[in-house]
Design a protein around this ligand. Structure first.
Ligand SMILES: [Fe+2]
Ligand SMILES: [Fe+2]
Length: 186
């Protein structure tokens, strides 16, 4: 299970891709069981990807050439991103995963992986919040923040890698289950 940890794996193992192989990503939208709720759930994932990219861009821009909007934007987007992501995980843990786990016993380990990912991401959420606060504190005190922003950018890039891995694998487990069994994300 260790090489399936969020920080190490490069995708889902073959035996958990049985349904994903049956339903390639490009066929999802045209499938009769693809509902508005599934589309909405995928749009949330897209929003997380976009916010993450925006945070990284903001840090890199500020390192490159001091950006007067950096602190306000970073603070606002980080807060929004981390709050929304935490809420999103709670809905998945409490409503989506328990609904879907009984539908296909072949995917049981897949849901274990996703559950572990959420725990791992929790730790990374705290690390990202701490690094962000460190930068804001230095800036509020009028101290040089560039080294801290450099560390923040590295933490953001790591986070992005873990997040993208989780979202992609989660989508490739959940959406095929929705399509195969006509289940819904409600
Ligand atoms: Fe998730
Ligand atoms: Fe998700």
């Amino acid at each position: 299970m260790n090489d399936l940890a969020l920080e190490r794996r490069t995708g889902l193992p073959e035996h958990l891709r049985v349904l994903a192989e049956l339903y390639p990503r490009e066929t999802w939208q045209g499938h009769p069981n693809f509902s508005g709720l599934t589309a909405f759930w995928l749009e949330r994932h897209l929003m997380f990807r976009q916010l993450m990219a925006r945070l990284i861009e903001g840090s890199e821009r500020h390192l490159d050439q001091t950006d007067p909007r950096f602190a306000a934007e970073m603070s606002q987007y980080t807060g929004l991103f981390l709050n929304q992501l935490h809420g999103h995980h709670m809905i998945e843990d409490q409503h989506y995963f328990p609904q879907f786990i009984p539908l296909d016993s072949r995917l049981e380990q897949g849901f274990e992986i996703l559950d572990r990912d959420h725990h791992a991401l929790d730790g990374h959420i705290h690390a990202l919040a701490d690094r962000s606060n460190e930068v804001l504190k230095l800036m509020a005190a009028g101290e040089d923040e560039k080294r801290a922003v450099d560390l923040l950018a590295a933490t953001q890039r790591d986070f992005s890698g873990f997040l993208l891995r989780h979202l992609e694998d989660e989508e490739e487990i959940i959406v095929p289950v929705v399509l195969e069994y006509g289940a819904d994300l409600e």
